[in-house]
Write a protein of this length. Sequence first.
Lengths: 293, 317
Amino acid sequence: MNERTWIAENEGVDVPSLASIAARADSKTEYGFGEQPVFSVRDLNVHYGKNIALKGVTMDIRPRRITAIIGPSGCGKSTLIRCFNRMNELIPGARVDGEILYHGENIYAPGVDPVVVRRHIGMVFQRPNPFPKSIYDNIAFGAKINGYKGDMDELVERSLRRAALWDEVKTQLKKSALDLSGGQQQRLCIARAIAVEPDVILMDEPASALDPIATVRIEDLMQELKQDYSIVIVTHNMQQAARVSDETAFLYTEVDEATSARWGILVEFGETGQIFTRPRDKRTEDYVSGRFG
Amino acid sequence: MSTELDSGTPTGAASGDPNGSWAGGRVAAGVSLKDCRPQRRRLWRNRRNTALVLLAVGLTMIPVVMILYQITAKGIATMDWEFLTSSMPFSFRREGGGFLNGLVGTAIMVGLASLFSIPLGVLAAVYLVEYGKKNWLAKLIRFFSDVMTGVPSVFVGLFVYTALVIQFGFGALMGAISLAIIMMPIIVRSTEEMLKLVPNELKDASYALGAAKWQTIVRVILPSAAPGITTGVMLAVARAAGETAPLILTALGSYQLTAKLWGAPISSLTLAIFDGARNPFAAGQARAWAGALELLIIVLVFTVVARVVASRSRISR
């Protein structure tokens, strides 16, 4: 029994089978047969208290691709990515309206438990944040809380191998995760995220706290992982977006001159090559060519 | 001309020393830094302030050292195996015997009080940090915790006396309840501070893996804060072990060794010390000194053990 099934059985959540995906593919899609978007964001607005942070975002995220979200500081990149697994709700006063359809199902619909959403949509954060436990326990954590009954040793090894960390840590699994280097910690966090076999991995500037060599390793790892997972990555590093991603979304800050309120909007979204070489919007062109930002 | 920077009285500081001028600013060409002597006045002030600080440290240490010395010197004479393993004789005049009754009483009452107050206190702190945050109930709990830490412990004893002892009589349970009331606010406030220190990133990591709130609290937040919580709890236990006033009104004290939880007065180390110290007979007073030494050692050992356990359990670094 694979992990996807045990999560589905434990939670009673509909994880789309091949048949259901094929059935849905009859409906008109942009991408052709069998490729329903993982996420369809529809007119998403995010507020923090009285302030609006993100306005009117609409985009589709394709499966088994790396989608990069770029834009200047404060434009709502992190806000947007945290909407995909309902992490924004942990911030007091945050409010989301609009829809995010995950395989056609609105994750913000009443009755959807954010805990269930997060079991399907994993996340890796800007700063490596391993638990102050052993390497082994870090990986096993997600499986344990989800009631995994299988062979834990095997799961830990498989996840660490998947995150290209196994060879470095296989002799010291009982050691504290905090003794690892920053880059190793971040790969541990990726291993921890894939140990619960999510469908999507969200990465919020995963390499911004790492040195160039560790960054390259993370980027290589992402290329590996996209064969099995859909990946959304926020990055302020345009070269990184250009290197790793298949699609790129450019967010930009709009300012209301009268009230000096600021919010993020989605300016342009498309194939990474097109965004960086033939941007349709003037603001995108200025940003990717380094004229501001 | 030298530049006088200090606003204080310029009593000759500027005169005499040819190199006594201010060493700041740009050094003239050809002048080595070695030629710029620090101003004498500043050197003098520096030494004087260092001396004052050291003096203050020394003065604060005097009572601590004297207490430790007195208790050890006077207690060690009576401290022997018999003292540790037998109870008080029925007369203060008689020599021999010990404070086993008090030791057992303290163990029972502090143990029971910990049993009541630690889970409640820690859970209350979890409520304050993870659920209540800044709502009115959380503010109310915080306010009353602060008030309770400041309440003289004899009032707690009086409260338990009027509320419970009058009806049910003296006993270990009554003593434990009063000690628990004293321990609770200390535990709540110290645990709250420790829980607040748990980084949000750790909570985010747990939530992002699909952990429910209680799973995050039990498996991530509490273990991360455990060393700090232990320290706070140990402070509270030490405080309770040293309480006398509330026990006079709730446990009353007894010459006999008893392990009854209610219905019978029970002794404690502090009560036995109190009784021994205020009687006029040398034998009783000697036992009180030994009892004080015993209590001191217990509190010390407890604190050290807790520190060691706490630092062991901390997996970080």
